[in-house]
Structure formats: C-alpha cells, structure tokens
Design a protein around this ligand. Structure first.
Ligand SMILES: [Zn+2]
Length: 281
C-alpha cells in the first residue's frame, strides 16, 4: 500500500519531500501553486532536479500534484477560462519536471451558466491542454469527485463518464476518489455494501484501473449535506469501521492513498498515518 499525506511546499519545493519522508510516507501530495493566488514564477530546473534527487533517496514512490480551486475549466468567464488553460499546461509541465505521476484536479464550477455548458467547456479545455502537452504522456490528469455544493462538477460519476467518453485521448485521464466528498455528496460509505457499489459504479463508468488515487479523509459534515469539511480518520461521521473496509478493499489494491486531514497540531499527520497503517494491518 502506498500511503502519504498532503504536505506544504512552502520554502524550497524540494523541502516538501523531506516533510513527507520524515513521516515515513510512501506517497505524497503538494499544491501546484498557492491556493489563494496565481503563480509568481514557476519551478526552476535546479529545484526540480533537487526534488527528484531527494525523492530517489526517500521511500516515496507516488507523487501527486494538486491544482487548487482557483483554476476553473468549467467557467463561462473568458479571461478566467484562458488563464486556467494556461495554468493547467504550466502545471502539467511542472508535474513532469518534478517526476510526479499525477496531476489532481477538481472539475470546476459552471456558476452563471448550465451543467451542459460547464461540461462542454471542461472537455474542450482538456483537448487543448492534451494537444499542447503531447510530450508529457507520463503525467496522468486525475479528476476528483466533489461534495456537490453549488455548481461544482463531479459530485456524480456521470460527469466523469461524460468527460472520459468525450475527450480525444482518455489514456491521459484517471480518477481520484475523495472519501469525504463522496460521503457529503450522498454516498453513505459507512455501509460496506455502499462502498462496494461505489467502486463498481466507478469501474462501470470510467473503466477498471482508472482509479489511481484515494484522498482518504473522514468527514466533519454528515452524509448528503454537500458540505466539504475534512476530519481526522475515525473522528468524523464516516468512522473507523468504514475506513478499515476502504483501505483493505480489493478494488483499491493498486491505488495510492493520500490523507488531506486537518493539521491542528504538529502530531496530527503522524496520528492519522498510524491509524491508517493499523487499519490496513
Ligand atoms: Zn481531496
């Protein structure tokens, strides 16, 4: 099992590797850019070299880079749409430079527009991005499910299916399953049979083997509330029993697990990692 946490990339980007390695992680995730602002200067060749170097001498084998909410390919605003496409292309290049396998993204929000238009914009943008990054086939773009608040795409896997079916090169796409988002969207994954059915649904809609990453989070809000609030493993509404079922699920044996749980104290990450390791035996 590949297991790790989302770590800060503040300071030099390669220090993120040290943060994850010091927690004994075998997988890690960082943001591609500051979640609250557009980029000021990208990753340079020297820093990415050092990142890859530190990675090789660590036990970390799976690296995911997460695109923050700021970037939106489903938007009807022209300026944001163009800027977002450029942002994705930059992030794809940097993901590749860092030697990371996955670029994880939410599917955007179609606010002030329609679901059909939002999906259409997203698909059109992906085709542009993939055409312009043909040399980066080693990087998979993983579409994350959402909790279904407002006009965000991705709370149902029907949205994923539409995108996977319509995009020119689906081999560039995969799926990231966030347990807290699925729960808030209405999947009562406290019941093992509901989680089993969710995995079957994903396999049926986007294809077996497309689920590469799990964002393993408990939820501080109840099932079906559409409120995205992560909690410590076993401390939220989903609970320990459900997580034992999830981390040992045969349908996830090739997936990597990343915790995006709260960091209230310096011990929080260690505590959550240890809980998951125990549950996974
Ligand atoms: Zn997530």
């Amino acid at each position: 099992m590949y297991l790790g946490v989302h770590v800060s990339a503040s300071g030099k980007i390669y220090e993120a590797v040290d943060r994850a390695a010091s927690l004994g992680c075998t997988a890690m995730q960082i943001f591609s850019r500051n979640p609250r602002q557009w980029r000021q200067g990208g990753v340079c060749e020297e820093d990415s070299h050092e990142f890859r170097h530190r990675l090789r001498s660590s036990g970390i084998r799976v690296v995911a880079v997460h695109i923050p909410y700021l970037i939106n390919l489903a938007t009807s605003y022209d300026v944001l749409y163009k800027k977002s496409i450029e942002g994705y292309i930059e992030d794809m290049r940097e993901t590749d430079m860092l030697g990371a396998q996955y670029l994880v993204t939410h599917m955007g929000s179609f606010k002030n527009s329609t679901l059909a238009d939002g999906l259409g914009s997203f698909i059109k943008a992906l085709n542009i991005i993939f055409r312009q990054t043909k040399d980066l086939k080693g990087v998979k773009l993983l579409l994350e499910n959402t909790s279904g608040s407002g006009s965000w795409l991705g709370s149902t896997f029907d949205h994923h299916k539409i995108i996977f079916d319509a995009v020119e090169d689906r081999s560039r796409l995969g799926l990231c399953l966030d347990t807290a988002h699925a729960f808030a969207a209405g999947y009562d994954i406290r019941r093992p049979e509901v989680f089993d059915a969710l995995i079957d649904e994903v396999d049926a809609k986007v294809g077996k083997g497309a689920l590469h990453l799990v964002h393993l989070n408990d939820s501080a809000s109840d099932c079906g509330t559409h409120i995205d609030r992560h909690d410590h493993i076993g401390k939220g509404f989903i609970g320990t029993k459900a997580f034992r079922h999830i981390v040992n699920h045969p349908g996830l044996k090739d997936a990597a697990f990343i915790l995006e749980t709260p960091k209230d104290t310096p011990r929080s990450d260690k505590m959550n990692l240890n809980r998951v390791r125990k549950l996974a035996g």
